[in-house]
Design a protein around this ligand. Structure first.
Ligand code: NAD
Length: 555
C-alpha cells in the first residue's frame, strides 16, 4: 500500500506488494518515478530539485510514461527524449527497459537563453541529474557527500574534529537541505541562509534542520553559544546570502568553513537577487529574463566577493558544485577561481578508485528492508571505515524521505558484491520487496563537468564528454534496466554531460546477470577514466582488482 506523504499529500509514497505493471522491473521504475515527485520540491510543476530539474516534460508526457511503464512487456524498451516518451519498441528481455536522452543541445547552441527558448516552446526540459532519471531520493541523496567533505576539511585543517567550529552556508533546497544535517553530524555549528521561509520550514519539519532563527543577531548568538560549548547544532536563517555574507564579513566574524548551495547555476529560475522577493522574481521569469539575469549576477558578485574575503581572512572556502564561481567570474570577479571546487580539493583520490555515492531504495516501502541491508553492509565491509562509520551515523541521524533509501560511498567490486548479496536476500524473502540500485551522476566515469567534477584533471581532459557517453553505451551493453545521458539545462546548459543508471534486484537469476555486468563495468570505466588521466590510485586499483584496462605504450 502507498503511504501518506505529509509534505505533499497528493503524492503518496509508493510501496506494498501489489503490482500495477506486468513485472517487478517495470513496477520498480514506475515507483521510482512516483518517488521523485513525492520527495520533490514542487511536484505540481514536476520540479524535483536544482531549480528546474524535472521528472517529465509536462503532465501529458508524465501520463504517457506511466501508461507505457504499466503496459509494457519485458522485451520492450521505452525511449524518452527530454522527459517525453517517444517510442515503445520491441527489443529483448536483456535490453534496458528505459533509455533516455535529456537536454543534450548541440555545442554552439548549448546556452541558457537557447535552453529557455526551447523550454518555452515545449521542446525540451532539464532533468537535473537524478530528477529526469527518476533516481532522486531527497536531501538524503547528497548527505554523505556533504558529510565527507566536512570531514576531509576537519582532517586537513582542524585535527580531525569540527567540534567548536562554525560553518557558514546558504541554500536549503532539495540538495542544499542536506547541509544542516551533514554539518551537525560532522560535529559543527552550521548556519544555513535561505531566502525562502518555506524551504527552511520544510527542512525543519523533516528533522534536517534544528532551529530557524528570527534574525541575524539571534542566529549569530546561537552559533557563538554552540561554538563555545563545542556543541553541534544547525541554525536556519531566512535572508539573502548576497546580503548576509557581506554583513557577517563586515562585522569581522570569520567562520571556519564557508560554502554555498543556492541554485546559483540558474540566474532566472534559481538564484534570487538581493532586494527582490520571490513573487517579484517569479513575475520576471517570463518577460524580464535579461533584467533578472543581470540582477542575479550582480548579487552573486557580492556573494562571492564576501566568500573571497572570508578566504583571505583564513576560512576554508569551497564551491560545492553550483557554478557560483563561474557566474561571479562572468560578472567580473577575476579571482573567483581562487575558491577551489570540492571535488578536486577533497574527493578526487576517492573518485580515482571509482568510490562514489551509490544508493539503494526499498521498493516495498518498508524501512526494515533498509535496516537489513545496513546490517549486511556492516558485515560485508568491516574494514571500510568510511562506510561503516557512515552507516552507523546514518542509522541514528538520517530520517527517511519517500521510499526508504540509503546512500553509501562504495567503489569498484564493493557495489557489485553488495547488490548480488541483496538480490539473494530478495530471492529468499528475507527482504520484503525488490531493491533498486542507482548512483549519483557525479561518479567517476559518469560525468564531464569542467567547473565541477572534472576541474583541473591531471591531463587537462576536463571538457571531454566521451566518458559519460561511453559509460551509457557500456551500461546498455551490460543489461542495465534504465540508462540515461543528461546534459546541463538552464544555467548549466553547455557546462556538463553525465550518465545515469538504475538496476533492479528482484531476486531473479536475470537480475544477478544484470547487476554483475552493469555495476562492475560502470566502476571499471570509472577507474579507467582516471587511469587514463594519470592518477596513481587508479593504476593501483587496476592492478589489485584486475580491471581490463588497455595500456598503450612501450609495454
Ligand atoms: P533548489 O533549487 O532546490 O534550492 C536552492 C535554494 O537556494 C532555494 O531554497 C532558494 O530559496 C535558495 N536561494 C536562491 N537564491 C538565494 C539567495 N540569494 N540567498 C539565499 N538563498 C537563496 O536547489 P538544490 O537542489 O538545493 O541545489 C542547489 C545547488 O547545488 C544547485 O546549483 C545544484 O545544481 C547544486 N548541486 C550540487 C551537488 C553536489 O554534488 N555538490 C549536488 C546536487 C546539486
Amino acid at each position: 500500500m502507498p503511504k501518506p506523504n505529509p509534505r505533499h499529500p497528493n503524492y503518496p509514497i509508493p510501496g506494498g506488494d501489489v503490482l500495477r505493471a506486468k513485472g517487478w522491473r517495470q513496477e520498480a521504475l514506475l515507483r521510482l518515478l512516483e518517488n521523485v515527485l513525492s520527495v520533490g520540491e514542487d511536484p505540481d510543476n514536476l520540479i524535483v530539485y536544482a531549480a528546474l530539474g524535472k521528472a517529465a516534460r509536462n503532465w501529458a508526457a508524465h501520463r504517457a510514461i506511466v501508461k507505457a511503464l504499466t503496459d509494457m512487456d519485458e522485451d520492450q524498451t521505452l525511449v524518452i527524449q527530454s522527459g517525453k516518451p517517444v517510442g515503445l519498441l520491441k527489443t529483448h528481455a536483456k535490453a534496458p527497459l528505459v533509455i533516455m536522452a535529456n537536454c543534450n543541445i548541440v555545442g554552439q547552441w548549448a546556452k541558457a537563453e537557447v535552453f529557455y527558448e526551447l523550454q518555452r516552446k515545449g521542446l525540451i526540459c532539464w532533468g537535473g541529474l537524478t530528477a529526469g532519471a527518476w533516481q532522486y531520493i531527497g536531501s538524503q541523496g547528497v548527505i554523505q557527500g556533504t558529510y565527507e567533505i566536512f570531514m576531509r576539511i576537519a582532517e586537513k585543517r582542524f585535527d580531525g574534529s569540527l567540534a567548536g567550529r562554525f560553518i557558514l552556508t546558504a541554500g536549503l533546497g532539495g540538495m542544499g537541505g542536506a547541509q544542516p544535517l551533514a554539518g551537525r553530524m560532522a560535529g559543527a555549528a552550521i548556519l544555513c541562509v535561505d531566502i525562502d521561509p518555506a524551504r527552511a520550514a520544510a527542512r525543519k519539519a523533516v528533522g534536517y534542520l534544528e532551529h530557524v532563527a528570527s534574525d541575524l543577531d539571534t542566529a549569530l548568538a546561537m552559533i557563538d553559544e554552540a561554538v563555545k560549548a563545542k556543541r553541534a547544532t544547525s541554525i536556519g536563517l531566512v535572508g539573502n546570502a548576497a546580503e548576509i555574507y557581506p554583513e557577517i564579513a563586515r562585522r569581522g566574524i570569520v567562520p571556519d568553513i564557508v560554502t554555498d548551495q543556492t541554485s546559483a547555476h540558474d540566474l532566472v529560475y534559481g538564484y534570487v537577487p538581493k532586494g527582490m522577493n520571490l513573487d517579484q522574481v517569479k513575475g520576471l521569469r517570463d518577460d524580464g529574463q535579461g533584467q533578472l539575469m543581470a540582477a542575479s549576477r550582480a548579487s552573486i558578485v557580492e556573494h562571492v566577493s564576501a566568500m573571497l574575503e572570508f578566504q583571505e581572512r583564513g576560512s576554508e572556502v569551497f564551491d560545492n558544485g553550483n557554478l557560483i564561481r563561474t557566474q561571479a567570474r562572468e560578472g567580473g570577479v577575476a579571482n573567483a577561481f581562487d575558491i577551489p571546487i570540492f571535488t578536486e580539493a577533497y574527493l578526487r583520490p576517492l573518485f580515482a578508485r571509482a568510490i562514489g555515492p551509490f544508493r539503494w531504495m526499498a521498493l516495498s516501502g518498508e524501512e526494515s528492508d533498509i535496516a537489513r541491508i545496513d546490517d549486511l553492509v556492516m558485515d560485508m565491509f568491516p574494514d571500510n571505515k568510511i562506510v561503516t562509520n557512515w552507516i552507523r551515523l546514518a542509522r541514528e541521524n538520517v530520517p527517511f524521505e519517500g521510499l526508504p533509501a540509503r546512500i553509501a560511498w562504495l567503489g569498484h567490486g564493493e557495489r557489485t558484491e553488495l547488490a548480488l548479496a541483496v538480490n539473494k536476500l530478495v530471492a529468499s524473502g528475507e527482504i520484503k520487496g525488490p531493491i533498486a540500485f542507482s548512483r549519483d551522476h557525479l561518479d567517476a566515469g559518469a560525468m564531464a563537468h569542467p567547473n565541477i567534477m572534472t576541474e583541473r584533471m591531471k591531463d587537462g581532459s576536463d571538457a571531454i564528454a566521451d566518458w559519460p557517453l561511453l559509460d551509457a553505451m557500456l551500461l546498455c551493453s551490460s543489461m542495465a534496466d534504465l540508462v540515461v545521458v543528461h546534459s546541463g539545462g538552464g544555467g548549466y546548459a553547455g557546462y556538463m554531460t553525465s550518465c545515469g543508471v538504475t538496476l533492479v534486484a528482484d531476486g531473479t537469476e536475470a537480475a544477478t546477470e544484470r547487476l554483475s555486468h552493469a555495476l562492475t563495468n560502470d566502476t571499471s570505466l570509472g577507474v579507467i577514466r582516471y587511469a587514463d588521466a594519470g592518477y596513481d590510485e587508479s593504476f593501483d586499483e587496476i592492478e589489485e582488482k584486475q580491471i581490463g584496462y588497455v595500456r598503450i605504450g612501450n609495454t
